[in-house]
Design a protein around this ligand. Structure first.
Ligand SMILES: Cc1ncc(COP(=O)(O)O)c(C=O)c1O
Length: 346
């Protein structure tokens, strides 16, 4: 196992020390289980305020769980979800939306991972036809799986289109913090027009803590029961809440995300200047997608952890985290330069 910083995923990072301290502090005596504790009350109220959410906040254990809970709140039994083909719910959740929610995903190829009203409209032709799954929800991801961010105006356009067409809008915010840091806006601004969204803590310095934010009052009624049924109501909830408490304190979530984004920018600027390396998507959050030769990838992967993204296109994904240092990036860049030269020699 390499001691070098992994560029494979922000999930490879450990926990932020403040999160660990908060867990230790919460470990004081007994607390009533299943979220009926003071930590959970404080944190859900804090999240509710930060998002200006009328429906409330529900803590869960992981991003996949938040997605399942969010979609199941919004969908009727015969309804389908329109999403980008690159959406995590489509590519990386082992068919959970189909299997556990029982929905159909209507996927759309989306440049830079972003849906637009035009792309959504292309999936509405089967409306009113009883033979077709009826689109009920649009799911977007912020920041996207391709490391890009919707602007506030882009989200507003998608939301307006959804609501004009009786579609509800779900947002997968596993990396919402990175988008807020990139756009320089508040969590409440990012959630405007969205019906239900997730807010990720795990990729931002927590061990395992995500929140499902219900923006509209009335939509939250089934959430407690669905969360329990979906095994996301953990008994020792105070420790999940404590993690979020640490991230919310003095906006640590924002500092962590801004730092991870800056490290991705540094990496992209350096790597993009190396002959034979092409940055293929705008770098707006904490992911860098780069095209380089197969030989170059192979040489780099001998010493560094990162993953191919599209082997046919020879594209890899490099991710940074809250604890990636400038020196980690510079050491990686030095090897990217060195191995570029070596892999050009035949
Ligand atoms: C955009 C997005 N959503 C959801 C998830 C799921 O999170 P988890 O692995 O915690 O279930 C991930 C995980 O990488 C993700 O990248």
């Amino acid at each position: 196992m390499t001691q070098r910083k992994s560029f494979g995923s922000d999930n490879h990072a450990g926990a932020h020390p403040a999160v660990l301290r908060a867990i230790v502090e919460a470990n004081s005596g007994d607390a009533v289980a299943y979220g009926a504790d003071d930590w959970t009350a404080r944190v859900t109220e804090g999240l509710r305020g930060a998002f200006r959410a009328e429906g409330g906040a529900f803590l869960v254990l992981n991003g996949g769980g938040a997605n399942i809970l969010g979609l199941s709140i919004l969908l009727r039994r015969h309804e389908a979800v329109i999403c980008a083909d690159s959406a995590h719910i489509n590519t990386d959740e082992s068919g959970a939306a189909e299997r556990l929610v029982g929905t159909k995903l209507l996927t759309v190829p989306a440049a830079d991972g972003k849906l637009t009203p035009e792309l959504i409209a292309g999936q509405l032709s089967g409306r009113g036809d009883e033979h077709r799954a009826q689109p009920g929800v649009v799911a977007i991801t912020q920041s996207t799986e391709l490391g890009t961010c919707y602007t506030l105006a882009e989200i507003r356009k998608v939301a307006d289109f959804c609501h004009a067409n009786s579609l509800r809008l779900f947002l997968d915010g596993a990396r919402l913090a990175n988008a807020a840091a990139f756009l320089g806006c508040s969590l409440a601004e990012l959630a405007e027009g969205v019906d239900v969204l997730s807010f990720g803590g795990t990729k931002n310095g927590a061990i395992g803590a995500e929140a499902l934010i219900v923006m509209r009052s009335g939509l939250e009624a089934d959430a407690p029961y669905l969360r329990k049924q979906q095994t996301q109501l953990t008994s020792k909830m105070r420790f999940v809440a404590a993690q979020f408490g640490a991230l919310l304190q003095d906006d640590l979530w924002h500092a962590n995300a801004a730092h991870a984004n800056a490290m991705a920018r540094r990496l992209a600027d350096g790597a993009g200047a190396v002959a034979g390396v092409e940055i293929v998507h705008p770098v707006q959050a904490n992911a860098v997608f780069a095209r380089l030769s197969a030989r170059h990838i192979e040489a780099l992967r001998r010493d560094w952890v990162f993953y191919p993204w599209d082997e046919r296109e020879s594209v890899v994904r490099w991710m940074t985290a809250f604890d990636t240092t400038e020196s980690d990036v510079d050491t990686f860049l030095a090897d990217i330069r060195k191995s570029a030269e070596v892999s050009r020699v035949t």
